[in-house]
Design a protein around this ligand. Structure first.
Ligand code: NAP
Length: 476
């Protein structure tokens, strides 16, 4: 396992020699350590990306697409080792980590196809010949979170490299090893020196250089709304192009025509992916009064049956929270809801796992939640299902839209007119109807309101790294 950073094609340590430890959140075991880069190394990464840009941008599209396919192939060949590393540093069950590698790969395949289909446009204007074309913005930066260590990287690296941008990646401190393993595969796949650079370390000194250097033209960030706001403010100096994929607080509406068994299956798949530490997890279950009690009972039974443990152990379906602060936040939200009158239907506390750290929270269902409760207003980011009852569609939609966030929303119903309406009125960038997995590489993904802006996936993901140029020729 490599523990160095990638700058201009070389694997390097921090100038200071300082490193940061990476721990397994399930066991607290030391997995490895990575360089704690500072401003000087980050500046060298920008130099490298800026230097490599003209040649990479000038490469024929087919050649860049071929490199992306080669990255995908390397990831496929190393699926097991990538997944095992992700489980070790992030905690998710191994099957989920393997699925994440597949999901991440799909962004390279999709970007490679999409970039080959980009074409100039020629709007009709009397007396002029117009050509509208697109060119890469230049040096791009990706800052990614810990919850999907490889997928979040892939969503940014694939479109940037496809269109001809060069890139500097700063992964989360808790999961840098997966990012290093990915970068190693990218180099093996033929990504030239300087095209992809990777720096690990504490965010402040790295971000300072990236945001101040006018050669950086694009920042794609996935993480909390709070940090997104800060980066937007600081990126204003250089009028940085931004994509911000921020926090979510998805509602799941379960209508009276839903079959309870399949509704619970969908709810479980959407809610407990990565132990509820997923930006598009449903965090607010809004259930019609006619099926409320049976839905809650079935959701509680399925939730209680999840198996907590170390992600590599067979049969484990629920991993640990990423760190102590994360599990404490879950506990605070549960305690607050109970104090304000919620009914604890199942779970509610920590689960001891033999031979593991004390960082596992029980799958928890809370009925009778209200708008005052923290779990109803804030992203819990854990295995908690707060439930409220509704009487009619108006009330359900009002409850669903009563949030500053707008990333994902889900509904379970088969009524065509209602489905049409929900697509128009639910305030979210991604809406899953009877679909627990609406985020796939071929379609646009991203939020509105305090969940940010910009889209990843398909040709929409490429647009984020392109600038549009109009060439207007008089007399054409
Ligand atoms: P976070 O604290 O905002 O961190 C995300 C990234 O930003 C990490 O690489 C972090 O580095 C870095 N960072 C932190 N402070 C920074 C600063 N001052 N300047 C520059 N970079 C900084 O978020 P998180 O806790 O890792 O991730 C969870 C959040 O991400 C949740 O809110 C979740 O909803 C959101 N998320 C959104 C999406 C989406 O697509 N919308 C997807 C996944 C997750 P360090 O790790 O070194 O601190």
């Amino acid at each position: 396992m490599r523990e160095a950073n990638l700058i201009d094609g070389a694997w390097v340590a921090a100038d200071s020699g300082r490193t940061l430890e990476v721990l397994d959140p399930a066991t607290d075991a030391l997995i490895g350590s990575v360089p704690a880069m500072g401003g000087a190394e980050t500046r060298r990464a920008v130099d490298a990306a800026a230097g490599a840009f003209p040649a990479w941008a000038a490469r024929p599209v087919e050649a860049r697409a071929a490199t992306l396919h080669a990255i995908s192939a390397r990831m496929a060949a190393n699926r097991s080792s990538l997944a095992a590393l992700m489980t070790a540093e992030q905690g998710k069950p191994l099957a989920e980590a393997e699925a994440e590698v597949d999901y991440a790969r799909s962004f390279f395949e999709v970007a490679a196809s999409a970039v080959e289909m980009l074409e100039d446009e020629h709007p009709e204007v009397p007396g002029k010949a117009i050509r509208v074309h697109r060119r890469p913005v230049g040096v791009a930066v990706a800052i990614t979170p810990w919850n999907f260590p490889i997928a979040m990287l892939a969503k940014k690296v694939a479109p940037a490299l496809a269109v001809g941008c060069t890139q500097i990646v700063k992964p989360a401190e808790q999961t840098p090893l997966s990012a290093i393993a990915f970068a190693e595969l990218a180099v093996e796949a033929g990504v030239p020196a300087g095209v992809l650079n990777l720096v690990t370390g504490e965010p402040a000194p790295i971000a300072e250089v990236l945001l101040e250097d006018a050669r950086v033209r694009k920042l794609s960030f996935t993480g909390s709304t709070e940090v997104g706001r800060l980066l937007m403010r600081e990126g204003a100096t250089n009028l940085l192009r931004l994509s911000l994929e921020l926090g979510g607080h998805a509602p799941m509406l379960v209508f009276e025509d839903a079959d309870v068994e399949s509704a619970v299956r969908i709810a479980m798949a959407a809610k407990y992916r990565n132990g509820g530490q997923t930006c598009i997890c449903p965090n607010r279950f809004i259930v019609h009064e006619s099926i409320h009690d049976s839905f809650v009972a079935a959701l509680a039974a399925s939730s209680a049956a999840l198996v907590s443990g170390i992600g590599t152990q067979p049969g484990v379906t629920l991993g640990p929270m990423i760190d102590d602060a994360a599990i404490e936040k879950v506990e605070e939200h549960v305690a607050d809801a109970i104090r304000l009158g919620a009914t604890l239907v199942t779970g509610g506390g920590r689960r001891r796992v033999a031979g593991a750290a004390d960082r596992f929270h029980e799958p928890t269902v809370l009925a009778g939640c209200t708008g005052e409760m923290r779990c109803w207003r804030e992203e819990t980011f854990g295995p908690v299902c707060p439930v409220r009852m509704f009487r009619d569609d108006e009330e359900a939609i009002e409850l669903a839209n009563d949030s500053e966030y707008g990333l994902a929303a889900y509904a379970i119903t088969s009524e065509p007119a209602r489905i049409e309406r929900l697509g128009a009125v639910l305030r979210a960038g991604v809406i899953g109807i009877n679909d627990p997995g609406p985020a796939v590489a071929a379609v646009p993904f991203g939020g509105i309101r305090h969940s940010g802006f910009g889209r990843e996936g398909g040709r929409w993901g490429l647009e984020e790294y392109l600038e549009i140029v109009t060439v207007s020729q008089a007399g054409g």
